[in-house]
Ligand binder design. Structure first.
Ligand code: AMP
Length: 180
């Protein structure tokens, strides 16, 4: 994919993502990706644009975060011919898990991954829809390492740079398609 093609996709994504003010609570401007998913041609191009920087990177596993991350991570994993590994909210995964707690604006939350999903994996790509404060992606990177894997990079469709997520992922390569 050349730079012009990538720029055209970015522009189309920017026009298509729907901004919903005050969702899920007052003061949050929610970036709704469902209009992108509803456009199969654009959805396909987004998937290709997310995967393209890693075509020759030796990615063996794509790790994605419940639930919108799954929508993007699964096709990216297929495109890169890599294993897909789900990260889920506590209590959802059936086999032995590793767990990471992380801080939210109010309180804490936790994420789990199957303990045997990644052992020794050197080329792990973490994929999610939006990088906001970075708490979710940082907890996912810690899970990858706890499970014996190595994060190669994190890739997002949308980055909200004002919220400082990139700093929370310091030490990891971060790619995002568009930022606001
Ligand atoms: P964070 O841990 O703050 O980086 O938040 C990341 C998660 O929250 C992502 O999985 C997003 O799906 C979701 N998220 C946070 N802020 C927004 C937003 N403004 N619009 C859409 N999704 C968001």
């Amino acid at each position: 994919m050349d730079a012009d093609e990538r720029a055209a996709i970015m522009e189309e994504v920017r026009r298509t993502v729907r901004d919903v003010p005050d969702f899920p609570k007052r003061g949050i401007l929610f970036r709704d990706i469902t209009p992108v998913l509803a456009n199969p041609s654009l959805f396909g191009k987004v998937m290709m644009a997310l995967a393209a920087p890693f075509e020759s990177a030796g990615i063996t596993h794509v790790v994605s975060i419940e639930s919108r991350g799954f929508i993007l991570g699964a096709p990216v994993a297929l495109e890169l011919r890599a294993a897909f590994v789900p990260v889920r909210k506590p209590g959802k995964l059936p086999s032995a898990t590793v767990r990471e707690d992380y801080t939210l604006e109010y309180g804490t939350d936790a994420l789990e991954m199957h303990a045997d999903a990644l052992y020794g994996a050197k080329g792990v790509l973490v994929v999610d829809d939006v990088l906001a404060t970075g708490g979710t992606a940082a907890a996912t990177c810690r899970l990858v390492e706890r499970a014996g894997g190595t994060v190669f990079a994190c890739a997002f469709m949308i980055e909200l740079p004002a919220l400082g997520g990139r700093a929370k992922l310091a030490g990891h390569r971060v790619e995002s398609l568009i930022s606001y």
